[in-house]
Design a protein around this ligand. Sequence first.
Ligand code: NAD
Ligand code: ZN
Length: 348
Amino acid sequence: MKALTFHGKETIRYESIPDPEILFPTDAIVKVTLCAICGSDLHVYHEHEKGLDRGTAMGHEFVGEVVAVGKEVRAIRIGNQVMSPFTTNCGNCFYCNIGLTCRCIHGQLYGWREEEKGLHGGQAEYVRVPMADSTLMEIPDGVTTEEALFLGDILSTGFFCAKQAEIKPKSTYAVVGCGPVGLMAVLGAIEYGAEKVYAIDTVAERLDRAKQFGAIPINASAENTLEIIKVANEGRGADAVLEAVGNSSTNKLAYDLVRPGGIISAVGVCTDQHLAFSPTQAYDKNLTYKVGCCPARSMMNELVPMVQSKKHDFTSIITHRLSLSEGALGYDIFANKKDNCLKVMLKP
Ligand code: NAD
Ligand code: ZN
């Protein structure tokens, strides 16, 4: 089959790799009908995250049709149109039972293989899905293919970020980063009842998009973000900051913006060695810092009715629809924000 494979820093190839096969009786094989490039793929692309085997099929955002199932797969059937969270989960362990499916003791991240162990990704014609019954979900009626793909990662992650921020109507929120995840966090905060959401980025088009979604945009390279947020909340700072970038400067910004006793909800993947604020600084703000991977499989269950209601036009953020064979170009456009790129979809 053809796949987009990793070959070192900023080098993605469209090449042939062996077709995936059923390895365990609980596996399924999905024929990918649509996949996408995520901000998380860029950490690998730029080699900020190291260790990925060369030749690994990239990506973790995909939807498709089930074309084969192992002997023990019961709920998922050949022919089902399915969506998948970006990590696999067993549905039975302690973490799956408390809704933290991203910490499943048997879970794996698509598109991550180290020393030949791990899972190939979804930027491919086919993908092997372990623990198919608990990982996959049949795409429900009233959910489009593109919405289903978003549910597997960015939509769930943005809403998870907002959920962790414990949104209340009268409070003031700051979303740091207006990439796909930050924009979904804006919609999440609004969906959960926020009335005042500031959205911070340095890219004008992305800020415009945040404004369309109901946020008050702040261009961090032209405006005094801290001053604006403080003035907005009687000099205190934001009641919660939703961090959707993941570098030390936004980590520090989130700290500066949050009021004493407030929450930082961070979903941005920060590959630095240390946080940008000290234990004493955290202490001095009575800070609650919530950080980590989104339990997308749990969030999918929760969010399907809201997606079916068509209240928000999530997929309007898609700017590029390319074929899988144009994937290397897609990475370049997305990584370098060329051509006002916000979200790239790839069709095998
Ligand atoms: P993206 O790269 O498209 O978006 C990042 C945005 O941050 C861009 O719009 C960029 O202009 C903005 N930005 C960068 N530096 C900034 C600064 N100093 N001040 C203000 N804005 C700044 O990526 P994305 O797809 O939206 O993903 C965002 C982050 O979320 C990534 O780190 C990704 O790995 C992470 N992520 C985490 C999870 C999870 O489960 N926690 C899931 C998906 C993605
Ligand atoms: Zn992702």
